[in-house]
Design a protein around this ligand. Structure first.
Ligand code: FMN
Length: 176
């Protein structure tokens, strides 16, 4: 019998391993990340699901050191010296659904980036603590693009130990 890749347990356990082993990285090696690699992360992001397939996201890649520093100055949640940033912007020109619902879409695209980066050996950290208006100004964004989450990207300096997770049996409220 011809087993498709999707059916193989090797494939599914690899995905679970990538999900489990990904960590938020806050210390980076002083190594540049090629823009082509960052574009690969956005390739993963654009295949995320979105309500009505509206894809309400746009991405900004920043590798310019001075700009990274300027962004860090107004991003209290940013740690370490990341060599690259991806800023996911909510594209309000595609906001046909409720804006709140579309944050789920943004989160899905973010998670694709985090997981694919980990699979490529890159470390990432999502950052929500930043001055969105200040970032929009620094990046000279049009009004309809609202910076929603920043992802720092770089080669991890070390592998952090996993923060505790709520056990499975405490998460499932009911099984009918
Ligand atoms: C929406 C969101 C916002 C976050 N904002 C920050 C942040 O501003 N600064 C930071 O250092 N980590 C931030 N994190 C990372 C979390 O602290 C981290 O995911 C959590 O502690 C679990 O650790 P892990 O990612 O290594 O599993 C954020 C994560 C998410 C999903």
């Amino acid at each position: 019998m011809n087993m498709s890749r999707r059916d193989s347990s090797e494939y599914s356990s690899k995905i679970l391993e990538i999900i489990r082993e990904r960590r938020s990285i806050r210390e980076f090696r002083d190594e540049e990340i090629p823009v082509e690699d960052l574009k690969l992360l956005i390739e993963a992001a654009r295949w995320a699901p979105s309500g009505s397939n509206l894809q309400p996201w746009k991405f900004v890649i920043v590798t310019d050191k001075r700009l990274v520093k300027a962004i860090k100055l107004i991003s209290p949640g940013m740690f370490g010296e990341p060599p690259a940033l991806i800023i996911i912007c909510h594209d309000l020109s595609r906001a046909e659904l409720s804006r709140e619902l579309q944050l789920i879409d943004i989160g899905a695209s973010m998670q694709n980036i985090l997981l694919y980066a980990h699979a490529l050996g890159l470390g990432t950290c999502p950052i929500a603590s930043f001055n969105s208006e200040g970032i929009a100004e620094l990046l000279e964004l049009p009004d309809h693009l609202k910076p929603t989450i920043i992802i720092s990207v770089g080669k991890p300096e070390r592998k952090p130990s996993p923060p505790e997770r709520i056990p499975l049996d405490k998460l499932i409220v009911k099984i009918y």
